[in-house]
Design a protein around this ligand. Structure first.
Ligand code: AMP
Length: 618
């Protein structure tokens, strides 16, 4: 299997191009590389500055974008225009985050649908993918400035619990930033690599990665064997971290000086100043016994003893998560051979002591906990570049493999650069009542529409027993064996009927063709992502029209004249929107039709249930 480097700017083939490791974090992000002379992983930084770039994006009144420390300064003064924690929104719908909506001080659009979230700044809308791409672009620029060479390829890390959609969103963000994302790596895997774990093929180990950052806590249990990292379980709390320690300190100081918390909310500048003092105290107490500071001529004091009493409840929560993760993995603390510490908050000695006591082992904390994930990503990047000959580089798929779904979209089952052998499966269903066949078209490539990719094969799954649309469960599975042969199988799970086909995934594809396909995916990233969003909106709209039509035909007698008229008008408006190139308009019309039909649909359902229940003892 080929591994090809391309220069995105010129399109020329490059044999030796730098591949960087990127930790795209919730609070901070950073870039690391393997130093060409020392062969050690190092985080990139300008002289006298930190390697950490705050994952904050600020928009000024005329639309200029700044990222990092400079943007962070606007968090208090311009909360509406300053976006933090975009990572928490990656691959999510409003429904997914509505319980924590108050956490975001900027405008997250509540359009009450299952579609991907949008953020409004002024009169512009941004997706979390756009926002992450701004951060990645900034990281790319900084790296290019420091390294004095183009940086076009990267390995990016994500939490182990990220699902398909969140991983894809991260890839998309990379693409938009002009970065070819060679691999998405789990953060705990990267952290383990930074400690040299998994680099020796013979090694078999069960490890726990404890990651307490600024705003999130993750514990992952991994098994390493034959150089492969398997995630056995993950647990954590997405709203627990160093910020909570700072808040506890602030609360304590307010109590001491008799100020109530409501007053703090009114004085934003004071609130920010005391929060920064609290963070300073926390960091100071990692290596001292007492903190003494001054704020507005008032003395602020914190002893280590009081500090630890404030931190203890937080640590206890993380330990409960660790127990949960062990239970899910079917393991006990005795089975864990190595504990890796990640995240700035693990610098608190009390945290280390507690975790070490819980697992009854010393913890690994020699690598900078803020940089350890990026350093590991750089090691993975180096392995992909083929520089680390000691590590077996598994064969990889040079292009993504997937099938065509509604509207001509490419649905990727195995992403580019996945190791071989590999398998993946996903379930699909029919969209017409009584549909007895399903065409499975297999494609290879990085573009979002199948028409821009390369067709490898096509076959029909026939004989699906007559069922209403949406009921059949067709599982499509891809299996690539060690020789790169792809077997595609489709099976209707209710009836058991199945069909399969064998494809040679590499069919006479020249290096030039491969290079062109990769380059195209990056040059067209923006329009591809927009097209996909439009096609998805259209599919949703078409399905809603079809379902409404069916519902009305069946239940016409139970609808009022006014409901009929309103529905007809809303359907017509949606139909018209479907002919236009505006996904937001389609979403609005879908919502409008839903708003009209929801009340009578519920009423009719209730009546139907009422009839069915009559005379039955419940
Ligand atoms: P991360 O998200 O991994 O970058 O971690 C950032 C968090 O680590 C913030 O809450 C920092 O206040 C915290 N942090 C950084 N250094 C220290 C330290 N020496 N002691 C305690 N917490 C720290």
């Amino acid at each position: 299997m080929a591994k090809i480097a391309i220069n995105i700017a010129t399109g020329s083939l490059q044999k030796e191009e730098i591949i960087v490791g990127i930790d795209l974090g919730t609070t901070n992000s950073l870039v690391a590389i393997i130093h060409p002379d020392t062969r050690q992983a190092v985080a990139l930084k300008e002289h006298n500055s930190s390697s950490l770039v705050p994952s904050v994006v600020h928009f000024d009144a005329v639309g200029n974008i700044t990222v990092g420390e400079e943007a962070k300064n606007f968090l208090i003064t311009e909360p509406q225009n300053t976006i933090f924690s975009a990572k928490r929104l990656m691959g999510k719908s409003y429904d997914d985050i509505k319980e924590n909506a108050s956490f975001f001080s900027y405008k997250v659009i509540d359009d009450n649908t299952q579609s991907m979230i949008k953020i409004q700044v002024g009169n512009k809308f941004y997706s979390p993918v756009d926002l992450s791409s701004f951060i990645l672009k900034e990281l790319k620029h900084r790296a290019e400035h420091i390294l004095k060479t183009p940086v076009n390829k990267a390995v990016i890390t994500v939490p182990a619990y990220f699902n398909d959609a969140q991983r894809q969103a991260t890839r998309d963000a990379g693409k938009l930033a002009g970065i070819d994302v060679l691999r998405i790596v789990n953060e705990p895997t990267a952290a383990s690599l930074a400690y040299g774990l998994g680099l020796n093929k013979e090694e078999e180990k069960t490890i726990a990665v404890y990651d307490l950052g600024g705003g999130t806590f993750d514990i992952s249990v991994l098994k390493i064997s034959n150089g492969i990292f398997e995630v056995l379980s993950t647990n954590g709390d997405t709203y627990l971290g160093g910020d909570d320690i700072d808040n506890s300190i602030v609360k304590y100081w307010l109590q001491q000086s008799g100020i109530n918390e409501e007053e703090l909310k009114l004085n934003k500048e004071f609130a920010q100043a005391i929060r920064l003092k609290a963070e300073e105290a926390k960091i100071h107490l990692s290596s001292n016994d007492i903190f003494e500071g001054v704020l507005n001529a008032d003395q602020l004091t914190l002893t280590k003893k009081v500090f630890e009493s404030l931190v203890q409840p937080l640590v206890d929560k993380t330990i409960a998560c660790c127990s949960g993760a062990l239970k899910d993995a079917g393991l006990t603390t005795k089975d864990i051979e190595v504990i890796v510490m990640v995240g700035g908050s693990t610098r608190v000695p009390l945290v280390k002591e507690n975790i070490s006591r819980f697992f009854d082992k010393p913890v690994n904390d020699t690598v900078n906990p803020d940089e350890v994930v990026a350093l590991g990503a750089a090691i993975q990047a180096d392995i992909l570049a083929g520089n680390n000959k000691d590590v077996l580089l598994l064969d990889i798929t040079p292009l993504s493999l997937g099938i065509e779904t509604m509207g001509g979209l490419m649905d990727v089952l195995i992403t580019r650069n996945s190791k071989i052998p590999n398998k993946a499966a996903r379930q699909y269903t029919t969209h017409k009542d009584g549909q007895s066949g399903m065409k499975i078209s297999v494609y290879q490539g990085e573009r979002d529409m199948v028409k821009d990719n390369r067709k490898l094969a096509e076959f029909n799954l026939t004989g699906i027993p007559g069922m209403p649309a949406g009921l059949p469960k067709v599982e499509v599975s891809f299996l690539i064996n060690a020789d790169g042969i792809l077997v595609v199988k489709a099976k209707e799970l209710r009836s058991g009927i199945e069909q399969s086909i064998e494809v040679k995934a590499q069919q006479d594809l020249t290096d030039q063709e491969l290079e062109k396909m990769l380059r195209d995916s990056i040059t067209h990233a923006k329009e591809d992502i927009a097209t996909r969003a439009l096609v998805e909106a259209r599919t949703e709209g078409e399905q809603l029209l079809e379902n409404t039509e069916k519902f009305i035909q069946k239940n016409a007698s139970q609808l009022t004249k006014e409901e009929m008229m309103q529905t007809a008008a809303a359907m017509q408006a949606l139909q018209l929107a479907l002919t236009m190139e505006d996904k937001d308009l389609i979403h609005i019309k879908v919502e409008a039709l839903n708003d009209i039909s929801r009340p009578y649909a519920e009423r009719i359902m209730d009546t139907a249930i009422g009839h069915a229940m009559k005379g039955k003892i419940v």
